[in-house]
Design a protein around this ligand. Structure first.
Ligand code: MIC
Ligand code: SF4
Length: 759
């Protein structure tokens, strides 16, 4: 059903030859990432293109995966490409739109009702164009992909930033916007700047309370949220081979939080075991036959500094459990220093909610280790001290942990099991709090902890940790607790210590499931109709964006100058807004409402230069648009960090913003802006950020000579009559400049499809 063994056989037949040719051409040993990248080139390229971090290279991915919140836009775009069927195997996963409220069963029924129109749309597009459809309740995209589709040596793109999860099975898996996915499904090449390589050598062995999650929490602390930008992170060393496949996936998954293009582990016995237990022994056999091509060349591990741009070494035997946060995933605290950090920063000590789940940490191993802590609640007469919820990653995992008697431990302890979905990770839950403005603390096994992400409350201090640490904290109800050395007072008034967690890498009796939730595409696609009602509040067909006017862009108003962190959650908030992901006009009402205005330190309050009044960002942008005036957004470092949601690029495009000018961009967001025909610009001198005043009128000059590698000029006209010019950079290549000129990449595809029809 789920995987395409013939496709994989073909990839494996061609892989050795392609890798050998590449090694010869490069004249040196190759890392694993290089091998897989070379084996997936769309067209041959001159050697200079493989200089790291400089040239765009065309790739031919083997697969595409999309989740329901991003698939709507991706498929609305794909439908315009004029293809009868998708060109590469593709799947859609319904996981983001389910609200965790009372428990799995009722929540799923509620989701089916509320989202019926969207699910029907996605299912019918899948049927018509030949995509696999994973129904609501089947599980979170990355877990389902790992269980069914990921394979060592393969290349996949996915419309979700945590797509790199599949690196746990040795796959180059990269998060992209929907327009990129739409191109690949239409049979076009996918382009990416040839990445830099970061090597992470793992020595020693994990033990006790330390889990794979702690490796990536530590790495995030070292590299920060932008340290992985433009790079593939490759893990190696004896410590790497000792980690389970799902543990490897956890680490690769959360590489998204350091901005990495993707992360990867080499094929080994752990991966082979995982493939076998998930019913894919045939892939394991094929992979075993070419194993040397699915690992870095031995010379690389022997002298890594020669082959990676940067090498980091972590001794797993010395690694402590970590807790990262609040408000950013790279604020890393080893547990021995955490209590002190909580006290000295005045973070709320009382823990109000502990949450387990998300695509990062919901494997069988994760749940079994967390349950080994939960069970101690019963044995040692402890009670949960905070709210405690568990969202399993997939129906396969949920069914198996239930059958193996693991889920019951949560029940007894006082935890609530939610649907197999993203749920609270993306703000889809019923957070109970008396005063939403109050400072409060929560801890999760998720990956992101940006302000207002998990609930919409600015006072929520969210911390991330491994599932076993989260479980221990649920029992303590106090952030200053350290399970490695502190005792807890039980119901009998005794001080008790928690034992170290234990677990199973894989289910001892294997996985089982009654209905995994898969629906294959229709046999006869011609009978399928895809309907979008013009009255719909959830779905809206896309109208083309206007092409570039052919001149410099004059008279722009400064819509907002953003201060500090501006993630895609700030630009296009999720939670309650997820329901509008298929309706560009409606979702545009959340544009930048979470971003901090530099001039008044408020969110969603900017000056309308036409009236002098302050109002919400979307309404102000709409006012400029109605007056036929364009606008510009100015931002700080790593702008657009986080999600792959292209809504963060389409909304400004739709509301008349012409350029986003920032100190630096996160990769996926920068590409999304280019695809939608926007100008994504960076300051040549970062201090020029300070020159922008609230009432400036702004011109962008040099567009008639818009070429790769040349800068453009931005002119600021201040209200005192003075003006100043600054130089701005861009990373557009020839093709991307064509997208800008056409108004969007999709306009070119549309034109080509139309031309074909007329032939
Ligand atoms: C996220 O974790 O932020 C999301 C929600 O999964 C996003 C995708 C989206 O916004 O739909 C992501 O990571 O790309
Ligand atoms: Fe879903 Fe959260 Fe994973 Fe995003 S990070 S895919 S919202 S579980």
């Amino acid at each position: 059903m789920a995987f395409d063994i013939e496709m994989i056989r073909k990839v494996y037949e061609e892989l050795p030859g392609k890798i050998e040719a590449a090694r010869k051409e490069a004249g040196r040993p190759l890392t694993l990432a290089e091998k897989i990248l070379f084996a997936h080139l769309h067209t041959d390229m001159p050697l200079k293109n493989f200089e790291r971090g400089t040239h765009y290279v065309d790739f031919a991915p083997d697969r595409v995966a999309m989740q329901d919140a991003t698939a709507q836009m991706a498929l609305l775009q794909f439908m315009q490409a004029g293809r009868p069927q998708v060109a590469v195997p593709s799947t859609v996963h319904c996981d983001h739109l389910i609200q965790a409220k009372t428990g799995a069963a009722e929540d799923l029924v509620a989701a089916m009702n509320t989202n019926k129109e969207v699910y029907d749309f996605l299912a019918s597009v899948c049927n018509k164009y030949g995509l696999g459809f994973w129904k609501p309740g089947a599980g979170i995209i990355h877990q389902v992909v790992l269980e069914n589709y990921a394979f060592p040596g393969g290349m996949m793109i996915g419309t979700d930033s945590h797509t790199p999860n599949a690196g746990g099975l040795g796959m180059i898996a990269i998060g992209v916007g929907g327009a990129d996915a739409s191109d690949v499904m239409a049979g076009l090449a996918w382009e990416l700047k040839w990445p830099k390589l970061i090597g992470i050598k793992l020595t020693g062995k994990l033990s006790g309370w330390t889990a794979p999650k702690d490796i990536i929490l530590k790495v995030a602390g070292i590299l920060t949220v932008k340290g992985g930008t433009g790079a593939i992170v490759e893990y190696f060393g004896e410590g790497a081979d000792a980690i389970s496949a799902t543990g490897k996936a956890t680490i690769c998954n959360m590489g998204a939080e350091i901005g990495a293009t993707c992360s990867i582990f080499a094929y080994d016995e752990k991966m082979s075991n995982y493939l076998k237990v998930t019913d894919r022994a045939d892939i394991a056999d094929l992979a075993n036959g070419i194993i040397e091509h699915l690992r870095p060349d031995p010379e690389v591990a022997a002298a890594p500094e020669k082959y990676y741009n940067e090498v980091i070494e972590i001794n797993l035997s010395e690694l402590e459990p970590h807790i990262n946060g609040p408000y950013t995933p790279d604020l890393a605290w080893p547990i021995s220093r955490f209590a002190e950090a909580v006290r000295s920063n005045n973070w709320p000590e009382k823990l109000e909610v502990a949450l387990i789940g998300s695509c990062t940490n919901s494997s069988y191993e994760d749940i079994s280790r967390s349950v080994s802590v939960a069970r101690q609640a019963v044995d040692k007469h402890l009670k949960v001290q905070s709210e405690f919820t568990i969202s399993p990653g997939s129906e396969l995992v949920r069914y198996t942990v239930e059958k193996d008697g693991l889920l019951q431990a949560y029940d007894t302890m006082g935890g609530i099991v939610m649907a197999n979905a993203c749920g609270p990770c993306i703000g889809q839950w019923a957070r109970h709090i008396d005063d939403p403005t109050r400072k409060n603390s929560i801890i999760t096994s998720f990956n992101r902890n940006f302000a207002k992400r998990n609930d919409s409350f600015p006072g929520t201090h969210a911390f991330v940790a491994s599932p076993e640490i989260v479980t221990a904290f649920a029992l303590a109800g106090d952030l200053t607790f350290n399970p490695l050395k502190d005792t807890l007072l039980n119901e009998d008034g005794e001080q008790v210590m928690l034992d170290e967690p234990t677990g199973f890498e894989l289910p001892p009796q294997g996985f089982s499931v009654e209905d995994a939730g898969y629906q294959a595409p229709a046999e006869d696609p011609s009978s399928v109709e895809v309907l979008v009602s013009p009255e719909s509040q959830r779905l809206q067909l896309l109208a083309p964006f206007a092409p570039w006017e052919g001149t410099d862009i004059k008279g722009l108003r400064l819509l907002i100058k953003v201060r500090g962190k501006c993630t895609t959650d700030h630009i296009s908030m999720a939670g309650p807004w997820l329901k509008f992901r298929g309706h560009l006009d409606n979702i545009s009402n959340n544009m930048l409402i979470g971003a901090l205005n530099f001039f008044n330190d408020s969110t969603d309050k900017v000056k309308n230069q036409l009236t002098g009044e302050y109002g919400p960002v979307p309404a102000t942008a709409r006012a400029y648009k109605a007056a036929g005036i364009g606008s510009i957004v100015v931002g700080d470092e790593n702008y657009g960090e986080g999600s792959s949601r292209e809504h963060a690029a389409m909304e400004p495009r739709y509301l008349g913003v012409r350029a986003i000018l920032v100190k630096s961009f996160a990769r996926i967001h920068e590409t999304n802006l280019k695809k939608q025909g926007m100008l994504a610009l960076t300051f040549a001198n970062k201090e020029d950020y300070d020159k922008f005043l609230e009432d400036d009128v702004i011109d962008i000059e040099g567009l008639n000579h818009f070429e790769p590698g040349t800068s453009l000029t931005v002119v600021l006209h201040h209200t005192d009559g003075t003006s100043e010019s600054i130089s701005v950079n861009h990373t557009y290549n020839d093709q991307q400049i064509k997208w800008f000129k056409a108004g969007a990449a999709l306009n070119i595809i549309r034109q080509n499809a139309l031309a074909k029809q007329q032939q």
